[in-house]
Structure formats: structure tokens, C-alpha cells
Design a protein around this ligand. Structure first.
Ligand SMILES: [Zn+2]
Length: 243
């Protein structure tokens, strides 16, 4: 139900192509960088003309990253509006659809760089992005992806900031986006486990149900028996001594 298309060329060109294709959402992926190697926060940038939907989507993504990696939120609740370091405007303002620019972690921070380089860190970043898209655009359709810096006509060798310990911002942003694309294109709402099946006829039986499948049932039980669930020890006590 989702289709992801990567847009290449200069930023304005990418956005105009995404408009023509009628993308329902547009994401540009970066990693942050700072001369201060300790810099440690997650932030999403929107253009000055961004809709409330863009802002809420951006905040939700930043919050997911902040929780997953235990990194503080930058900006205001994880959000910076247009023009920050000259970004946000040119990268997003030509889009007709909700659009966000991601700066989830710092390429310059050695700890963050380790996460960015690891397959596990990339998988988490991709899942947070895909989950935020599924939450805000549940009807699916075409999503536009833009890898920051890479594939610009005007400066083809630009790869953004160097990653502490080796590699570049843009090459890793692309890896994360490719993983998010694969998650989104595989996603199907029916893959979500069905709700547990609860008997429609009221009985006194006690059941264990896992993922909608009944594993165990205990029938020798009266409606006057007392049931107590011990949360700490995960024991269900049945007492037939009527009091
Ligand atoms: Zn960048």
C-alpha cells in the first residue's frame, strides 16, 4: 500500500517532481554535525510555510528517536521551523504535501556515529521513520524520499558532514532511507496480529489466549469461585472456599 520514490537532482527540482507525482508526504534525511563533538540532540526541521500536519509528524518522529536512542529533543519539542542554518526553506518550501527534514543524530558525535554505522542503529532509524509515516499517512500511497546532499546536479560530490570514525552523512542517510523504503513497501495492515478471540457465550471458564489462539482452558470453575491474579508472580489463584 506504500510506494517510495527517491528524488534526485537539485532540491527544488526534487520537490517539483514529487509535486507532479502527487506524493502524499516528503522526507529529506540528514545527520547533524557540530564542532562540539558532545552535541547530542534530535531535531526535525520544517519550512516556514509548513502545515500543522508537517509539524506534528516531525514532532512525533523526533519523539520516537529521542525515546529509542535516549537522546534529548532539540528545538522546541524536537522541532525547528524554517531557515535554521539556511535549511528547511530551500529543501522543503516548494512541496505541496507535508514535508520534513530529519536530523535525528549527530555525525560528529562519536557515540552517535557508532549507532549510525551499525546495522542495528540503521534498522532502528528506518523503523522510526516508517512507523511515523504509517501513523500520519495511514492510507498509504506514494512517499517521496530525498537523501540530503547526495545526487545534487549543482554539486555532485557533496556528501554532507563526515561521520566520526569514517563515512559520510549522506551515504548513511541513504542506507537508512533504503531500509525505511523496504519496511514501508512490505507493510500491510493485515500483517498486524488480529485482536484476541473472546468467546461470545459467557462462561466461567478460564482461558489462556496467545495472539488470538486459545492455548489452554480450565472449565472446572463456578461463578462463586474467587479469582485473584498475582501480577508479581504471574499466578492466577482460584479459590472455591466461599466466604
Ligand atoms: Zn546535512
Amino acid at each position: 500500500m506504500y510506494q517510495v520514490r527517491f528524488y534526485k537532482g537539485d532540491y527544488q527540482w526534487r520537490q517539483k517532481q514529487a509535486n507532479q507525482d502527487k506524493c502524499v508526504a516528503y522526507v529529506e534525511h540528514h545527520f547533524n554535525a557540530s564542532p562540539n563533538l558532545q552535541s547530542d540532540y534530535t531535531v526535525v526541521i520544517t519550512s516556514y510555510n509548513a502545515s500543522e500536519l508537517s509539524k506534528n509528524w516531525g514532532k512525533s518522529y523526533a519523539l520516537r528517536i529521542s525515546k529509542e536512542f535516549s537522546v534529548p529533543l532539540g528545538g522546541k519539542g524536537g522541532l525547528l521551523i524554517g531557515g535554521y542554518n539556511g535549511r528547511g526553506d530551500g529543501n522543503l518550501k516548494y512541496t505541496y504535501m507535508p514535508a520534513i527534514l530529519l536530523e535525528p543524530l549527530f555525525a560528529s558525535n562519536p557515540i552517535h556515529a557508532g549507532w549510525i554505522r551499525s546495522a542495528e542503529g540503521q534498522d532502528k532509524l528506518a523503523k522510526m521513520l516508517a512507523d511515523s509515516i504509517i501513523e500520519f499517512f495511514p492510507d498509504g500511497s506514494l512517499i517521496g524520499f530525498s537523501v540530503g546532499h547526495k545526487y545534487k546536479t549543482s554539486r555532485p560530490s557533496d556528501r554532507g558532514a563526515p561521520l566520526s570514525g569514517g563515512g559520510t552523512e549522506a551515504d548513511y542517510a541513504e542506507i537508512v532511507m533504503e531500509k525505511a523504503k523496504s519496511l514501508l513497501e512490505k507493510y500491510s495492515p493485515s500483517a498486524v496480529p488480529p485482536p484476541p478471540v473472546i468467546p461470545t457465550v459467557p462462561t466461567n471458564d478460564v482461558r489462556v489466549i496467545k495472539d488470538g489462539k486459545e492455548l489452554w482452558v480450565y472449565t472446572d470453575i463456578d461463578e462463586d469461585d474467587e479469582l485473584t491474579w498475582d501480577t508479581d508472580n504471574r499466578v492466577l489463584y482460584i479459590s472455591s472456599q466461599s466466604t
